[in-house]
Design a protein around this ligand. Structure first.
Ligand SMILES: [Zn+2]
Length: 153
């Protein structure tokens, strides 16, 4: 089973080993409570929190992650999410909007201009709402798997 798919019970002994070996001995860094699974790290990232400690913000601007976590010291400048968050956001938006568009097209009471306005507005709102969580989750995923210069701690 891939490491990402393991449950909390599967990972418990390994998590303790990770916590014990974490290099967080400096005075200004707080002992990080590492996520129990890749899913947990992704949820932290999707919520805009540091995937490693979950106690600090991950983004300093809308899509600009912080360089280093102020709580646990994790270096986030190593992330390379690139265009993948946009692809995820488009995928989610498309699948959520498809039934709405089909339902609205079948509505006789809605003009074409009104249909276009509703669809464009909802699509843009969904894209903007899902873009930052998608980026946070992907950064967390890259960190969890030790991709792009991230070291597995
Ligand atoms: Zn942190």
């Amino acid at each position: 089973m891939p490491d990402f798919m393991s449950t909390l019970m599967d990972r418990a002994p390994r998590r303790e080993a990770r916590s014990a070996s974490a290099e967080l001995s400096t005075d200004d860094q707080v002992e990080a409570v590492l996520p129990a699974s890749g899913w947990r790290a992704m949820v932290r990232g999707a919520r805009g929190c540091c995937p490693r400690c979950g106690q600090s913000r991950l983004f300093r601007r809308f899509l600009k992650p912080i360089d280093q976590c102020g709580r646990c010291g994790q270096d986030w400048s190593l992330q390379r999410a690139d265009d993948f968050p946009a692809y995820v956001s488009i995928f989610v938006t498309g699948h959520l909007m498809a039934p709405i568009i089909i339902a609205l097209i079948n509505a006789d009471w809605l003009s074409t201009a009104a249909l276009g306005a509703v669809v464009v507005t909802l699509s843009l709102a969904l894209l903007l709402a899902t873009l930052q969580p998608a980026k946070g989750a992907i950064i967390a995923l890259q960190w969890w798997f030790g991709m792009h210069g991230f070291k597995r701690s």
